[in-house]
Write a protein that binds this ligand. Structure first.
Ligand code: F6R
Length: 489
C-alpha cells in the first residue's frame, strides 16, 4: 500500500498507525522486510528513544552509565563503554538513556545480559605507527603467543582446546574435514587443510564459503566442517554455516571476534585471540589462524595416530614461532628495499608448492588489495600449464621456497622463470649456497617444522605488499572498494 513512498515515510505512517509506539511500528515493519538488514530507527518526535533490529547484519548495543549506544561493530563502542550485547537475528532492542529491553518480532522478551568487551580502547589505537596494517604486522609475535597461551600440553604432547564441545570419541568418528571461509580466511583454510591432513591423515580440503552455499552441497554426517572468520560476521561464511547446520552437519568455528555471529552460530570451536584487527587487510589473523589450525591438527592427530614424539616436535616448533617472527620483523629495511624495487611493476606472480601455495595466494591477495597491483598466485607445478607464457623481464615472481622435501622441485620452477628472464624473489630459508646466484632478491625466514613453514613465510610477503602500497601512495588501511566486515552477500 505504500509502494510509492520511501521507507522513512512508510515507517512514519506505521508509527502513527500504532499511536506513536515506535517499537511496535518497527517490529511490524520488520515482519514484512525481506533480506538482510541491521537497522536503527529514531522518530524525530521522540528523540529519546532508539529501536534497532537485525537479520544477518551485526548490531551491537553498548550499555553505559545513563547512556546507551548502537553500532555495527564493537570497535565503535570501546571508547564509551565496556558493556555490550549482540542482537540475534529477528530480535529488536528498544533503548532510552536509562536502559534497554530486547524482544522478538512478536514482542516476547528475550533475556539478554551485557558482556564485558575483550579489548579496551588502547588495543584500537594506532600508537606511533603510520598505519594500523604495519602495527598489526608487527604485533604478530605477541598475537601468536596469545593464540598458543594455555593450549600446549607438554605432558601428553597434545593441545588443550576447551571450546570444541566435541568428545574425543566424536572426533574419532570423523572421516573428512571441510574448511569454509572467504578471501584470506579461505586461504588460511587451504593451509589448515594441509596441516590437518598431514598430521591426522584425515582427508581435508577448503572451499570458498561464498561458493559453497550456492551449490546445494552434500553434507556428510561424518565430515567435520570448520568455518574460519576474523570478524565472525562475513555474510557468506555465516550462510554456509547455516546451510551445513540446516542439513544436519556439525560446524566448528575458528574465529577472532569473541561473541560474533559465526562464533555464536557454531557453538564450539577455537578463538584465535589475535586481538582487534582494524586495517582492512588481514595480517595477524591470517598467521594466527594457521597457528590455531596447527593446534587443532596436533589435538586431532594425537587422538589418532600421531606419535608423542611427532607431537612434541610440533610443540617445540610452535613455541619457537613468536621469537622467529621477531627475527623476521627485525629485517624491515631489507624487505622495504625489495618492495621499493618492484612496486611500480604492473603485474606480479606468486608461486608456491603444496603448503607454500596458500602463502602465495595470500601474498598476491595483499598486493592486489592494498597496492592495487595485479598479482596472480599459482601452484608452482601449474606454471608450465599456462602462465609461463606471461613470464617476462617486466614481471617479478615471488617464489615461496621452503627448504622442505619439495625444495629441489621448486628450484626447477625457479629455473623456468629465469630462463625467460623473469626477475625472481625467493622467500626462503638460509643454507643453500647455490641460491644467491640464481635469484634477484631473497627474503629469508628462520627454519621451522615443515608443517609450520607457511606461518613464517607469510610475514615478508605481508611487508612487501605494505611497503609497495606506501611507496605508491595508497590508502593502506582503507583500500578502495573494500570493507573490513563483508556483511552483505
Ligand atoms: C583480506 C581480507 C578479506 C577477508 C574476507 C573474510 O585481507 O581481509 O579477504 O579475509 O573478507 O573476512 P573474515 O575473516 O572477517 O570472515
Amino acid at each position: 500500500m505504500f509502494r510509492s513512498e520511501t521507507d522513512t515515510e512508510v515507517l512514519a505512517h506505521l508509527i502513527e498507525a500504532f499511536g506513536g509506539e515506535i517499537d511496535q511500528a518497527v517490529r511490524q515493519a520488520l515482519t514484512v522486510i525481506q533480506g538482510t538488514y541491521g537497522i536503527v530507527v529514531i522518530d524525530a518526535r521522540q528523540p529519546d528513544r532508539l529501536v534497532a533490529g537485525r537479520n544477518g547484519s551485526p548490531v551491537v548495543v553498548g550499555v553505559g552509565e545513563r547512556e546507551m549506544f548502537i553500532a555495527s561493530d564493537v570497535a565503535a563502542l570501546v571508547r564509551h563503554t565496556e558493556q555490550v550485547l549482540y542482537l540475534d537475528d529477528h530480535e529488536v532492542a528498544v533503548l532510552d538513556a536509562g536502559g534497554y529491553r530486547t524482544v522478538t518480532l512478536d514482542d516476547q522478551p528475550t533475556t539478554k545480559a551485557p558482556a564485558t568487551i575483550q579489548w579496551g580502547h588502547e588495543a584500537y589505537d594506532r600508537g606511533e605507527h603510520e598505519h594500523f596494517m604495519l602495527k598489526e604486522i608487527l604485533e604478530q609475535p605477541d598475537a601468536c603467543e596469545r593464540t598458543l597461551k594455555g593450549r600446549l600440553d607438554l605432558q601428553f604432547s597434545t593441545a588443550h582446546l576447551g571450546g570444541l564441545n566435541l568428545t574425543p570419541r566424536d572426533l574419532l568418528d570423523i572421516k573428512r574435514i571441510k574448511i569454509l571461509g572467504c578471501g584470506s580466511a579461505f586461504y588460511s583454510g587451504i593451509g589448515g587443510a594441509h596441516l590437518l591432513e598431514a598430521l591426522t591423515r584425515v582427508p581435508a580440503d577448503a572451499e570458498a564459503a561464498s561458493e559453497f552455499r550456492y551449490r546445494n552441497p552434500v553434507i556428510e554426517k561424518d565430515c567435520l566442517y570448520i568455518a574460519v572468520s576474523q570478524s565472525g560476521e562475513t555474510a557468506d561464511t555465516l550462510a554456509a554455516v547455516h546451510e551445513v547446520q540446516r542439513k544436519g552437519g556439525r560446524v566448528l568455528g575458528i574465529v577472532n571476534v569473541v561473541g560474533s555471529s559465526i562464533a555464536r552460530a557454531c557453538g564450539g570451536g577455537i578463538y584465535i585471540h589475535a586481538g582487534p584487527e582494524v586495517s582492512v587487510a588481514s595480517t595477524k589473523v591470517f598467521t594466527c589462524t594457521l597457528v590455531a589450525f596447527a593446534l587443532l591438527a596436533l589435538y586431532l592427530g594425537r587422538i589418532r595416530d600421531l606419535s608423542p614424539a611427532a607431537g612434541r616436535r610440533l610443540i617445540d616448533g610452535l613455541q619457537k614461532l613468536p621469537d622467529q617472527m621477531r627475527e623476521i620483523l627485525r629485517g624491515l629495511d631489507h624487505i622495504r628495499a625489495v618492495a621499493d624495487k618492484y612496486a611500480t611493476r604492473d603485474n606480479a606472480f606468486y608461486i608456491g608448492r603444496a603448503n607454500g601455495y596458500p602463502v602465495a595466494l595470500e601474498g598476491a591477495q595483499k598486493l592486489k588489495e592494498i597496492a592495487y597491483v595485479h598479482a596472480e598466485a599459482y601452484p608452482a607445478s601449474e606454471l608450465k600449464h599456462g602462465p609461463l607464457a606471461l613470464v617476462c623481464p617486466e614481471t617479478p615472481t615471488f617464489v615461496v621456497l621452503p627448504r622442505d622435501h619439495l625444495y629441489e622441485k621448486s628450484l626447477s620452477s625457479l629455473e623456468e622463470i629465469r630462463a625467460r628472464r623473469g626477475p625472481v624473489i625467493a622467500v626462503t630459508q638460509a643454507g643453500d649456497e647455490r641460491l644467491a646466484g640464481r635469484v634477484d632478491d631473497m627474503l629469508v625466514v628462520p627454519p621451522t617444522e615443515d608443517e609450520l613453514n607457511p606461518i613464517l613465510l607469510t610475514l615478508p610477503l605481508q611487508l612487501i605488499a605494505y611497503y609497495a602500497a606506501v611507496r605508491l601512495g595508497r590508502d593502506v588501511d582503507q583500500p578502495r572498494n573494500l570493507a573490513k566486515s563483508v556483511t552483505v552477500e
